[in-house]
Design a protein around this ligand. Structure first.
Ligand SMILES: Nc1ncnc2c1ncn2[C@@H]1O[C@H](COP(=O)(O)OP(=O)(O)OP(=O)(O)O)[C@@H](O)[C@H]1O
Ligand SMILES: CC(C)(CO)[C@@H](O)C(=O)[O-]
Ligand code: BAL
Length: 279
């Protein structure tokens, strides 16, 4: 497995890989890998002949006061996991390989970026769309794999790919959860044992709200009660708890399929997100 940090050796390695392997998969990550990431890698390995994983903690998707500096970085452990999984190449660019001196371009996707995480993290999806467009052009994969855990991000990337004529497949992969239902996330590492115990209220509350919606309850009341339940369970702030159309991400005031519940809430210093299908 090659670990590459500069664009010229990346191009050489990719052309060599392309001589032997016909379908190239890309799994973009910010590192601190867990079983959720490894499920993306395994899915990519199943569907492709060669797999590239990128590890880049992208500064432009972090807002002021967010956890850019604190974000967990553990490249050696990540590389060991990827090597064991049989990944061909790991792209770990330095910041200047992604944002060279004078970089002045921004990819901004309207519509699906509005509200939800786009509302509570202004500019976040511009940073995501810009870096993912860069990664697509640097790697030129045949398929790229993203987790449904970041559901709005997946919708933004699908829209961007359609709008900018990236013709490769964008594959969404199911969320991997701990035994108690909490979605795996690199940021779970910030939780104290007590907060980790309380955090299960997020998936539990989403499941209960989903059932109540399917049974025909008043959506506004269900969503308000769900936020209150989180606040009573150890979370101190709920950024959003919303029902949206699962494809367009438009707001939903009455239940219709396909529907998705999406939520983001803060516990201690950690902001957690989750989403589930309502069906
Ligand atoms: N539990 C999970 N199941 C499936 N995919 C996941 C899971 N967690 C993250 N991913 C996916 O892995 C890719 C890289 O995500 P990232 O490196 O930001 O990890 P993360 O655990 O989501 O971290 P963070 O704590 O920053 O949200 C994204 O496509 C993301 O959706
Ligand atoms: C897609 C991504 C790698 C872009 O930095 C990041 O947002 C993530 O890890 O989900
Ligand atoms: N997992 C999405 C990346 C972020 O939270 O910045």
């Amino acid at each position: 497995m090659q670990i590459i940090r500069k664009i010229d050796p990346l191009r050489d390695a990719l052309s060599a890989l392309r001589q032997e392997k016909s379908r190239l998969g890309l799994v973009p990550t910010m590192g601190a890998l867990h079983a959720g990431h490894m499920h993306l890698v395994e899915t990519a390995m199943d569907q492709c002949d060669a797999v590239v994983v990128s590890i880049f903690v992208n500064p432009t998707q972090f807002g002021e006061g967010e956890d850019l500096d604190a974000y967990p970085r553990q490249e050696a452990a990540d590389a060991a996991l990827l090597e064991e999984a049989g990944v061909d190449l790991v792209w770990v660019p330095t910041v200047d390989q992604v944002y060279p001196e004078g970089f002045a371009t921004n990819v901004s996707v309207s519509g699906v970026s509005t509200g939800l995480c786009g509302g509570s993290r202004p500019g976040h999806f511009d940073g995501v769309a810009t870096v993912v467009a860069k990664l697509f052009n640097q790697i030129r994969p045949d398929a790229a794999f993203f987790g449904e855990k970041d559901y709005q991000q997946l919708a933004v990337i699908k829209r961007m790919a359609r709008d900018l004529d990236f013709t490769h497949d964008i594959v969404g992969v199911l969320t991997v959860r701990d035994d108690d239902g909490l979605a795996l996330s690199s940021r779970n590492a910030y939780l104290t044992p007590e907060q980790r115990g309380q955090a299960v209220a997020l998936p539990d509350t989403m499941r209960e709200a989903s059932e109540a919606i399917v049974q025909g309850g008043d959506i506004a009341v269900i969503l308000r009660d769900a936020s209150e339940k989180l606040l009573a369970s150890g979370f101190h702030k709920v950024d959003y708890f919303e029902l949206r159309n699962a494809e367009t991400l438009e707001n939903m005031t009455f239940f219709d399929k396909p529907a998705r519940l999406l939520a983001a809430a803060h516990i201690g210093t950690t902001r957690l997100i989750d989403n589930i299908a309502v069906s």
